[in-house]
Design a protein around this ligand. Structure first.
Ligand SMILES: NC(=O)c1ccc[n+]([C@@H]2O[C@H](COP(=O)([O-])OP(=O)(O)OC[C@H]3O[C@@H](n4cnc5c(N)ncnc54)[C@H](OP(=O)(O)O)[C@@H]3O)[C@@H](O)[C@H]2O)c1
Length: 328
């Protein structure tokens, strides 16, 4: 099978197509033919591997591999079709259209995933490309909004509203009944409004920390507005949640967990299959949709990484592995 390998850290050119053996299937696994995957901000960071790209350096580098990536197939999320099931598998059948996360890397023609792993039936009203763009962004958004104890009627601000996590966070926060303010750049204001935001702040023109508004929950999807500044925009018991944590934030998390009413919260987003099932229902009810910026073929994966490296993608960048364009 074909797979894109990342055998050293560096610019997108380090990604190379190779021929590998198909994964051997364990009894509790399914073999999936990958139709679509994504280039997430996480993939771009890991491939780069530099001190600047990896928060919590050098711990993160030790976890990923010091000299070269320990796991040389990148890619986290996928959509595809089950080609074979292990003999102990009961919930899935050959031919099922599925989507999910795969810790072993998804830049490959075939992947094996545990039946009990991060796997769910694909929302039938989404194409493979759309479904592949759900796990990283939407599961993370859901997880962080829950960490922030989101409730109906709250005033919630989503910073980085035009990214993968942000576009889903806006839609999910609206679904949970919050009054939602999105923060993005001028060119993305209409998109963020169209996703349901009640208010949109253009960060190029206005600093939300200086407009006198107070929020119950601020979710900074990019970690670009420090807690020390944002806390003045929180209500008395407000929570600041960030998807990007460095040593300063770790210290602030420890301190605010013991002292003060305003807290900072972060962590690693989960990959619970229950969340994929829940998101599938919301997608079927048309409560959330995928925002896709660009689509590339597997041969163009380095080009896709170059684009994501720029940091301005809108929603998601999809890799169409099997040219199953727009097939539902
Ligand atoms: N902890 C976890 O478990 C976890 C899980 C998922 C993601 N993450 C992290 O969360 C971060 C966000 O991920 P993502 O995939 O959503 O990012 P992304 O899609 O790459 O974000 C790109 C978006 O951010 C906007 N942006 C750039 N600079 C900005 C600024 N100064 N203010 C506001 N918006 C700005 C860009 O538009 P403009 O340039 O036009 O503004 C673009 O639309 C990443 O660092 C990722 O690694 C962490």
């Amino acid at each position: 099978m074909k797979a894109v390998l990342c055998n050293r850290y560096g610019p997108p050119d380090v990604l190379e197509m190779h021929e590998l053996e198909k994964p051997t299937l364990q009894d509790n696994e399914v073999l999936i033919r990958v139709y679509a995957t994504t280039v997430s901000s996480g993939d771009s960071r890991i491939r780069n591997g530099s001190r600047k790209s990896l928060p919590l350096w050098p711990i993160s580098k030790m976890a990923l591999g010091i000299r070269r990536p320990r796991k040389n197939i990148l890619g986290m999320d996928f959509s595809g079709q089950i080609e074979e099931v292990g003999k102990d598998v009961t919930q899935f059948r050959q031919g099922d259209q599925v989507y999910g996360f795969c810790g072993k890397g998804t830049y490959a023609e075939y992947i094996s995933v545990r039946e009990a792993g991060s796997l769910s039936l694909k929302p039938p009203n989404m194409s493979y490309e759309e479904a592949a763009s759900v796990p990283f962004g939407a599961v993370s958004a859901l997880d962080f909004l829950r960490k922030g104890k989101i409730q109906a009627g709250q005033k919630v601000l989503i910073y980085g509203a035009s990214g993968s996590v942000g576009t889903y966070a806006i839609q999910l926060a609206k679904h949970f009944g919050a009054e939602v303010t999105g923060v993005c750049s001028t060119k993305n204001v209409d998109l963020v409004k169209s996703l349901g935001a009640d208010y949109v702040i253009d960060y190029k023109k206005e600093d939300y920390t200086k407009n006198g508004e107070r929020y119950d929950l601020i979710f900074d999807t990019l970690g670009k507005t420090p807690f020390a500044k944002s806390k003045y925009s929180l209500k008395e018991n407000g929570l600041y949640v960030t998807a990007v944590v460095n040593y300063r934030e770790v210290a602030q998390i420890l301190i605010t967990s013991k002292f003060g009413k305003k807290k900072i919260i972060s962590g690693i987003a989960g990959s619970d299959p229950k969340d994929l099932n829940y998101l599938k229902e919301l997608i079927e009810e048309k409560k959330i949709k995928a925002v896709i910026d660009r689509k590339y073929t597997k041969e163009q994966i380095a080009e896709a990484h170059r684009y994501v490296d720029e940091g301005h993608k809108i929603g998601n960048v999809v890799i169409n592995w099997e040219a199953k364009m727009d097939e539902h």
